[in-house]
Design a protein around this ligand. Structure first.
Ligand SMILES: O=C(O)CCC(=O)C(=O)O
Length: 785
């Protein structure tokens, strides 16, 4: 059962999701209690100086001076509940009445650091409630009640109003907001510059949200420790140094050099944002445009053999010209002090108003920070590499160029320690960056009807920005866009003219062959093509034979124009009925995927006849008696062609109709739902498509070519019928269909009508490199016995 979820590949640019980083400061010691040279002491070891581990370096002082101990040795980190644990710089003595521990695996975000990857739920609860009010912990346990702890959101005030741009799923953002179209990475970059940057849970030390969010410091560029799925097994990939030439870092550095603004977004896990987004049902919110005011590199502790990694840090400053950040409540009257500050500022546009909510102490600090800079120079030049580096930390200046021999070394104190405070002068806002007028409004426009009446082009696949509630959403329905926020009335009709098949006759194929291509390693053979006669002329049949009796694939083509007439009429009828609402083409949520929030199929579909669980199940099924006549005509034509060309009688009781707009496709999958008959046949209408076959991921061997390669490609044209003949085709192969333009397909199957029962099956999930990798378990229906 590997299907609907795989049909809809994530965009090819995507990377596996970021995983939380572990903090190497607290890796348990070896049994002897002696310091492990691999583990960082309180000064991070650099590449040049070999330091001998010493007991002194193996001790940490508890910064909150808890009553139990003033200093905790790393060697004390063990798994018993009575032992002190070190959590995010806090020495924590768990309560003695903790009930029997039950070990559960947890994934640890960077701002909650446990010594080991296992902890008892009660200890976690204790830590969370008693010590870590500002921490979000995501517990990857099976028990849904323990699935997510969000202690921080409990302590944040609810978001006072909806943001001007927000969404509930990553797909909603990516499909409707051109500044951020990365499904899994945190940096969206195009042609070497960054357009969008997502702030999420995986923060690192000294990430900051200052000046009410006008200054945000974050580490960017990936390479965090991550968990990868490999043939069903999870494997940890250690964190690695970020390099200036890594794609994301390089793009951000380009923005910095060119003072090119980019958009910052947050999700509801971003702990430094002062409001709880979830209170308003917001999962993603667009903050606005920022420029990068400073870039530097740091050592961060990491769970890798060196115990540390290089991380690039970026200081993002709010661009003036966008008005006041939307999350700052409007202030009615400025105090005399603030009025003075306002008049002293050089900017002519929006100015900083301290939020009325902020306590007086913070207001004072803000005022101090925004005073004109003291003579203290922020940037100094390194004597070794001649690069200018800002004085980032209070302790002293250090070269922060990771390629320099003096990286991370201060002239006065040697290696910088782990615990560092920022130099306050460094945190002052730099001179404001004024946005060019054309950038001041980043809200997407409303979809426009096209002048030529064609509404199947790529821009019409994009989502909607609701002018009423600010929600970004996907286009779910064929006939209209609708804002999904309950009670929001926004609806935009998508009326377009019907398209004729002949408009696609001259579509260019992205391949050099015109009918098919068999890979040399595939062992697939083909029979000599045969002609056959049908009511309106001649057709041709080409049969491909899969090795070891795994099945056959028949490509039935109608070669005379008269033969295409039936297909022309069905194509037209499909479109008419879809625009009249007699055929409800829509996109369906997939049940297993790696993205946050629901993920919709890439194409529109409607199922007719018997329920087909893969795409929408019974929700997406209209009985044949009520379905559009286009569907019934498509089924009849498929059955006729099979009879005329192959001499076989077939009677299909289910038809999945799929409509693809420009750039939409169905990703690799196999039609192996239990209860499906061995014959699956599809009619192609409209633009041509490439249908590729490759080995099923279950049967992929060690051989790289066999594993990755496409073994057979068939060009499907308007009116063609493609028949997959034999259960072995689905068992051993996967297929994908990539249309060149607007296309409709009707795929018919015979579904066993025996009562079905729910059963757990493991199905694969799409990834960038292998759309069928990974696994996940969810209930599907299958035949009884
Ligand atoms: O012809 C198409 O569009 C692909 C249909 C298909 O692969 C399916 O429905 O399983």
């Amino acid at each position: 059962m590997e299907r609907a979820e795989q049909r809809d590949s994530l965009p090819d640019t995507e990377l596996p999701p970021k995983q939380p980083e572990l903090d190497a400061r607290f890796i348990p010691d070896n049994d002897s209690g002696a310091a492990d040279p691999r583990v960082l002491s309180d000064s991070l070891r650099g590449p040049l100086v070999e330091r001998q581990p010493s007991v002194e370096h193996a001790r940490y002082t508890c910064p909150v001076r808890c009553p139990q101990s003033a200093a905790v040795e790393r060697s004390m980190s063990c798994t018993t509940v009575s032992t002190p644990r070190i959590v995010n710089d806090l020495c924590v003595e768990p309560s003695t009445q903790i009930p029997t521990p039950r070990q559960i695996p947890i994934s640890v975000p960077t701002n909650l650091v446990l010594q080991e990857k296992y902890a008892e739920p009660d200890v976690l609860m204790y830590l969370l409630t008693e010590k870590l009010k500002h921490t979000t912990l995501y517990c990857a346990e099976q028990n849904p009640s323990l699935h997510e702890f969000d202690v921080f959101s409990q302590n944040k005030p609810p978001l006072p109003a909806l943001p001007p741009l927000w969404a509930q799923s990553r797909q909603e953002v990516c499909e409707s907001f051109d500044w951020f179209r990365s499904y899994q990475g945190g940096v969206y970059h195009v042609r070497d510059h960054a357009k969008g940057y997502l702030l999420s849970a995986f923060s690192s030390s000294r990430d900051l949200f200052e000046h009410d969010g006008r200054l945000i410091i974050s580490h960017g560029g990936g390479k965090a420790e991550s968990i990868h799925s490999c043939q069903g097994r999870s494997m940890i990939q250690a964190a690695d140094d970020q390099l200036a030439q890594d794609k994301s870092v390089r793009a951000l550095l380009t923005n910095y050099r060119q003072s090119r603004p980019l958009v910052l977004l947050i999700d509801e896990k971003y702990a430094l944002f002062p409001y709880d987004l979830r209170a308003k049902g917001v999962v993603y919110a667009v903050l606005g445009l920022y420029t990068i005011s400073h870039v530097w590199a740091e050592y961060q502790p990491a769970n890798n053999p060196l115990g540390r990694v290089v991380r690039y840090k970026f200081a993002f400053q709010w661009c003036e010209g966008q008005g006041e950040p939307w999350w700052i409540p409007h202030k009615t009257e400025a105090t005399a002090e603030e009025a003075q500050l306002l008049s002293s500022r050089t900017t002519t546009t929006a100015t900083i108003l301290p939020s009325p909510r902020l306590p007086a102490k913070i207001r004072e600090r803000k005022l101090r920070d925004t005073m004109p800079p003291k003579p203290d120079p922020i940037y100094l030049t390194c004597i070794a590499c001649s690069q200018k580096t800002p004085k980032v930390y209070e302790l002293g200046w250090a070269c922060l160029n990771p390629n320099c021999n003096l990286f991370w070394i201060t002239p006065e104190h040697g290696y910088l320690p782990l615990h560092l405070n920022y130099n306050r002068a460094f945190l002052r806002l730099s001179s404001p960056y004024m946005l060019p007028a054309n950038l001041r409004d980043i809200r997407p426009g409303t979809p426009k009807s096209s002048r030529d009446g064609i509404t199947t082009t790529y821009p019409f696949t994009r989502g909607l920005h609701c002018k009423n509630c600010g929600r970004l959403s996907c286009r779910v329905n064929w006939a209209y866009w609708k804002c999904p926020t309950p009670d929001c009335p926004t609806r935009v009709e998508a009326v377009g003219r019907l398209r004729h098949a002949k408009e696609f006759w001259n579509e260019k194929l992205p391949v050099s062959f015109s009918n098919h291509c068999i890979h040399a390693f595939s062992e697939i053979t083909k029979e000599t093509p045969k002609l056959f006669r049908h009511a309106h002329g001649l057709g041709q049949i080409q049969t491909f034979i899969l090795p070891s009796g795994k099945g056959r694939i028949h490509h039935i083509r109608t070669i005379t124009p008269e033969g295409k007439r039936a297909a022309d009429m069905i194509f037209r009828e499909y479109q008419e009925h879809a625009s009249l609402g007699r055929l409800l083409f829509r996109r369906w949520p997939m049940r297993a995927h790696k993205c946050r929030g629901p993920l919709l199929t890439n194409y529109f579909s409607q199922n007719s006849g018997e329920p087909y669980q893969y795409v929408g199940g019974t929700d997406n099924t209209v009985p044949f008696s009520e379905t559009s006549s286009a569907v019934m005509k498509a089924r009849d034509l498929i059955q006729q062609r099979i009879h005329q060309a192959l001499g076989m009688r077939s009677e299909f009781n289910e038809v999945l109709s799929a409509a693809y707009m420009e750039r939409q496709k169905m990703a690799f999958h196999s039609d192996s739902e239990r209860g499906l008959g061995p014959l699956v046949a599809g009619l192609s209408l409209g633009a041509p498509a490439l249908m590729h076959f490759r080995m099923h991921h279950k049967h992929q061997g060690e051989d790289e070519i066999e594993r990755k390669g496409i073994l057979l490609t068939i060009v499907l044209r308007h009116g063609d019928v493609l028949v997959m003949d034999g259960a072995g085709v689905q068992e051993h192969y996967e297929h994908t269909v990539v249309p060149t333009n607007f296309r409709i397909a009707a795929t018919a199957r015979k579904i066993d009508l025996q009562p079905r029962k729910v059963k757990d099956v493991t199905m694969a999930l799409p990834t960038k490199s292998n759309p069928s990798s990974g696994s996940n378990t969810y209930p599907v229906y299958c035949t009884g016995k």
